[in-house]
Design a protein around this ligand. Sequence first.
Ligand code: NIG
Ligand code: FE
Length: 409
Amino acid sequence: MKLLLSNIQQLVNVREETSLLRGEALGILPVLTNAWLLIENGQIESYGLMGGAMPQAEEIIDAKSATVLPCWCDSHTHLVFPASREEEFVDKLKGMSYADIAAKGGGILNSARKLNETPEEILFEQAKLRLEEVMHLGTGAVEIKSGYGLTVEGELKMLRVIRRLKQWAPIPVKATFLGAHTYPLAYRDDHETYIRQITDEMLPVIAREGLADYIDVFCEDGFFSTDETERICRAGKGWGLKPKIHANQLNLSGGVQTGIKMNAVSVDHLETMDDGAIRALASSTTIGTLLPTAAFFLRMPFQPARELIDNNCAVALASDYNPGSSPSGNMNLVVAMSCIRMRMLPEEAINAATLNGAYAMEVADIVGSITPGKRANLIFTRPIPSIAYLPYAFGSDLIDRVMINGAFI
Ligand code: NIG
Ligand code: FE
């Protein structure tokens, strides 16, 4: 079945071939003005300029001057969780710190307690609603982490929920095992026992059941040390899981260098960077995934995107959707915030949130750009004067419709 989209004002991120973008290449966003796009069986077939010969198709849709972009590729989320945590948000407004909240059993441990009490079915239904919401906000591929179980049963339950989301969702979903999100209270002073649960009890089952694509560790002072991170990554790699790790959020944790040493697909967060970490990232194939809405929500310094890009690091943008540090999976806001607060240019932000995000979860062969053979996962905007208007008008809902696999949702 062939579907022809006509009268597209701007067809954005059009590429015959793709590669991971870094440095100046990140600022180049190829656009066709006044274009058509042919879709066959849910995949991009070809494109061209209006005015010349157009291909035949069973169905023609007039895009009516919409700008059409590839859907956002959100490569870092924790969107399976049992409950929101707005009471902690209010405590923080009243002056409590992240550490104060953690000390009274809040934060990740609060979510973990509730997750272990919540049936799989309910977790699935809640997460499905969140996934539906972000698809309507333009997300066309997503990575989802475990990490609110922190027990063998809890982590497996989360990963089984993610497996059901993979089966249910029409978009690509990648699963990451984050058993090493924090130490459960009982193992605060006995790291060895919990690490052994991860390596000897959780990982073999996860691998046998094919429950995860990646392994993640929260490498941070007060959480997992660089040595512990390396040990857990090696164990995961032994079971075929590539690392994608939380690094340098709160401190210069050494997480960036450890991730690179472990050949991580990505190191994520990067609020706290120094020259050594930037140089190491620039000379590696590891992607730096920036999560500006987490920095915003926690009132932390934003990631040094300009320095990273100008020093030739490959960067992606993601939402970090989770109940504690980014209770939003809205990638439109992520893109706007990266421009407004991190001085990324609109072209850089769109590339980082589409193609580089696809690379950061290894789905760039099927999504992330307007490329023949890729899925027709597309955002149709309301009429906008230019691409820069998207991050500029940050508070407006500029998405008219979203298409997944060639069909409007
Ligand atoms: O990516 N930094 C660690 N984990 C999450 C926050 C988890 C939580 O507070 O629930 C993050 O920001
Ligand atoms: Fe995260």
